[in-house]
Ligand binder design. Sequence first.
Ligand SMILES: [Zn+2]
Length: 221
Amino acid sequence: MTHIELPQGWIVNPNCQTATHVVDLKIPQKQSSNYLRCKRWQDANPERKKEIANAWYQKNKEKVNQQRQEKRKQDPERYRKDARDRYRENAERYCEAERQRRKENPEKGREYARQYRKNNPEKYKEAQRKQRQKFNAKTAEYKLAHGCIDCGYKGNAVALHFDHVNGDKVKEVCKFTTWDAALKEIAKCVVRCANCHAIKTYENKQFRGWRKKLENTNGKI
Ligand SMILES: [Zn+2]
C-alpha cells in the first residue's frame, strides 16, 4: 500500500476511508424532524414527560439498576465523587427528606443508628468528639461574649459558669450535645465567674453542706 501525502487541511475520513476536507467533517449532524417534534412536545409538557419517564423507569427498574451497578463497578472512584458532588449541591433537600423519613418511622431510624454505632465504633467516637468540640467552642464563645454578670470577668471561659436564675433547671448546660437543644436551658441562665457563683450560692443558702460546716467551725474549715 502506498502512502499518499495529503495536502494541508485534508485528512482521511474515518467513516468512509476517503480523503476529506477537514471543514466538511465539522458539519453538524442534522436533527431529524421527528426528533425536533418530540423535543418541542417535551418542552411544552414537562410534567407529562416526567410521568412517562418515571413509568418507564418503574417498568424497567431492574434492568436500569443492573446497568447502573455495572457502571459503578467499572469506575467506583468516579461514582463516589459524583455522588458527593450531587449530595453537596442538594444537601438541604437530602437532609429534609432524611428528617421526614425519621419522623415517619422513628423506630427504624433508631435501629439504623444502633447498627451504625455497633459497626463503626471508631467513626462514631470521632463524630461524637467533633460534636463535643463544636459545642464547647460555642458555649465558650457565648460565655466570653457576656462575661461575669457581677464583676465583668472575661478572662477564661473555663472560669465562667452558667448560673440558673429563671425557671426550672432541666440539667446542666454542658450535659447537652447540640447548641440548639441547649439554647432553651441557656435562656434560664446568666453567666457568672466561679468566684461570684460560689459567693452567690453561699449567700442564697443553697449549698447547705458547706454552710453547716462553716457554722459548726465558726467560719473555719
Ligand atoms: Zn464574677
